[in-house]
Design a protein around this ligand. Sequence first.
Ligand code: ADP
Length: 701
Amino acid sequence: MNPPLREPAVLPPIDAVGAVRPRRLRVVLWVALVVLLLAAQTLLVALAFHYHSARTQEEVEANAAAASAELAQLFAKDLQAMLAMPGRDAPAGQWRTRAEQLLVARPELLRFERRDAALAILDAVDTRARPPLFTQLRRDQMQLETELACSATQRRGGPTYSRSYFVPRADGMGMEVMDLCVAERDGDRVVGFVVASYSLPGLLDQLSAQAQAPGHDLSFVEADGARLAHGRTHVGAGVYKASRVIDLPGTTMQLRVDSAATRPSLVPDLDTGLVIGLSLTLFGVVVLLARDVRKRTRVEGALADALAFRKAMEDSVVTGLRARDLQGRTTYVNPVFCAMVGYAADELVDRDPPPYWPPEQLPEYQRRQQRRLASAPTALSRDAFETTFVRKNGERFPAMVFEAPLLDSAAQHTGWMSAVLDLSAQRRVEEVARQQQERLQATARLATAGEMASLLSHELNQPLSAIAAYATGSLNMMDAHARGEAPDPDLWPMLHQAARRIAEQAERAGRVIKSVHDFVRRREHAREAIGGDALIEAILPLVRLQARKSDTRVELDLPTPMARVFCDRAMVEQVLLNLTRNGIQAMQGAPRDGEPVLTLRVRQTHPQWVRISISDRGPGIADEVARQLFTPFFTTRSDGMGLGLSVCRTIVEQHGGALDFANLRDAQGAVLGAEFRFTLPAIASEPRTAREQAAAVAVTP
Ligand code: ADP
């Protein structure tokens, strides 16, 4: 029976256990997500660092390889140049000239020496680009490495490089120097040596720009890492280093390349910065997402509450609810409506026409629906109407439908919402009440009729006696005529007159009986438009019956034109009869000075209301009586039933009017009598003139 309202496809869990489990799961998922993100970001940064370091290291290695290759080339060229130097047999001075040229062409070379086989210096040329090498210390004091190299040359039979050694300089700085010793031979015999002294810093400076990559520091180091000589640039940061061993005949050198690059730091590095920036953005997005999810969760919670609230409301309301779209198709029904019409929700939704419309009234209902759908959906366009629906079992029942436009969250008109009340129970109660009321009224009528029985006997006595007298007289005349005792020529006219009198009296008696009969007999309860005078005239014979007995004068005060009312004639006549009877009885019980007069007055006091009043000249109504006047069975009369006034008030109120009373007083405040008046709904009539209002007709019984 659940309503098929279009609801979100996924509903949040409503029960407590169900709500806790997903919440815990959600927390775990979020923690996992944050941990994963942190791990991924850290890894990313670490990888970025590693990549950066590896690239820098590769660069350094490449530089070292390039520098060592270039160095090897340099040595090879120098060696070639030395081997091509003029020999001993060349003209004197030629060697020296060549040596000078070479020193100019090759700045890494500081000095050439020409020695004899015993290593004694024969000739020496120093470069002009620098101060002479051996000024601080004499050459013979620092030639141990040279001598070792030359003896190795002699032994090995090829050019040999010495180990490097430090030569102090005049500027106090000194320089690391290495010698290359090439033997001069005469056949197999070594006749002398040519020694070239290299400046190790000069060597480094001579490496081409390609090998001397900017941002890198070149140096020669010893095996233990102690630096021997340094290139021109001193930028090495000592982080990314690469070494190349340069094997030379007689010695081994270690070339070291040191990059100026430091360890990647978090801030200045662009790619690291990018990665970190992206990570931070990602975190920001995750935080925003988390907040959004939290907000959604809250909204979902509120929605679940609203749904639960709505469901509870739907289950508790006693009103049938039905929603229709703009095409008139049912989109929603609540359980109460389903129970009311006896159909399941899916038998009602999307059905047009709905199955609970009586088939014989289909065209009329369709027209009504068309009118409704065509009307503009203003906030005030609510509608209430009574209708008849059919239950699934075929039973028809009256229903009250309250309809209002259905607006969605964007205030768009999407259809109509109706609240439907099953009126059948109410109708049953009303019917029972009506029947009870009717019975009560019938009882009251019968009571009145009982009272009238005595009046009737008195009233009928006269015509019946007259009839009897006329009949007896006629019989006597006919008997005398038959016997021929007194033939009368006027017999026939007399008999004719007697018969007419009998007929008149019988008619009079008949009228009396009919007026009582008319009143007592149950009549159809139907409201009709009727003139106030017609109502009064209908009860007048009965009123007069009672009035005549107590010598009461009945006065009528009727306006011209007569106001018309919309009422149940039989019921209002009963009211009039009760009130006139009460008035007459009041005047009998406590006769006042002057003759008893009962006045019936009709006035249109308001365009929608007509007032009928009955005033007497009785003792009026005492305060203690007034308090209980309309209580059923309250009476001050020994033979009264105490129902008259309560029935009168019920009848008047059923017509939408009011019944009240007042004591009439003279100028001194003395009570003149009582006036009972009641209002009835008026039928629109021409407005009356003042003259017409003043018109009053006095009628005596
Ligand atoms: P019943 O006539 O059977 O007593 P009613 O309900 O008609 O029952 O009247 C209740 C009481 O109201 C009467 O017994 C009487 O005391 C008082 N009463 C009604 N009409 C009048 C009147 N016109 N003047 C004085 N008293 C009245």
